[in-house]
Write a protein that binds this ligand. Structure first.
Ligand code: MN
Length: 201
């Protein structure tokens, strides 16, 4: 079925100075919107047309003949998840259950932060860095291009887009500075906590 672009959960300038309104304008308004319109054009009239976008992503993940549908569908979904992974009130160490789980599974917030930053910095080329729940354990994974942990049976908790279009206007080649700003100032731990809770039901 057609996928509708969710509204941005904040104003385009709300993440500045860490991510500028100009970056969000292009990233949400052009890149994400284009993935969605391409996905909707490709899925229409196919046997996938009555499935949710998550089911289509999982069903097409390893089929080279469906690469266009997978890539655009996964990018549509990944970006919606990314907008929610950021908040103008985000960043820092989380409290509550998710904070305790971070401490238990990573050996403390600083270790978690280091591992996430390292994954985001070392993803070669375009892709994503993720905090996921995998078989009851929080882990950091990175994925290339449109790849998403949804297809590996993992529960995404948070993500950072490390495609150049996510940071180039603001940081040029300094991806680690963008990642540091996202982790330190923007990660939405309320969204993470609700994903963590939902993954355990
Ligand atoms: Mn992107």
């Amino acid at each position: 079925m057609a996928y509708t672009q969710p509204a941005l959960p904040y104003a385009e300038n709300a993440l500045a100075p860490h991510i500028s309104a100009e970056t969000i304008g292009f990233h949400y308004g052009k890149h994400h919107a284009t993935y969605i319109s391409k996905y909707n054009g490709m899925v229409a009239g196919t046997p996938f047309d009555d499935q949710t976008i998550e089911d289509v992503i999982v069903a097409t993940a390893n089929d080279p003949e469906k690469a266009g549908l997978f890539n655009n569908g996964a990018q549509a979904w990944n970006h919606s998840f990314y907008w929610n992974s950021l908040s103008p009130d985000g960043g820092g160490a989380p409290g509550g259950q998710i904070g305790e789980k971070i401490n238990a599974d990573f050996g403390g917030y600083d270790k978690f932060r280091e591992e996430l930053a390292n994954a985001a910095a070392t993803q070669f080329g375009s892709g994503w860095a993720w905090l996921v729940l995998d078989k009851g354990q929080l882990k950091i994974v990175k994925t290339a291009n449109a790849q998403t942990p949804l297809t590996n049976g993992m529960f995404p908790i948070l993500t950072i887009d490390v495609w150049e279009h996510a940071y180039y206007l603001d940081y040029q080649n300094r991806r680690p500075d963008y990642v540091s700003a996202v982790i330190g100032e923007l990660l939405n731990w309320n969204f993470a906590a609700s994903n963590f809770e939902a993954a355990q039901v």
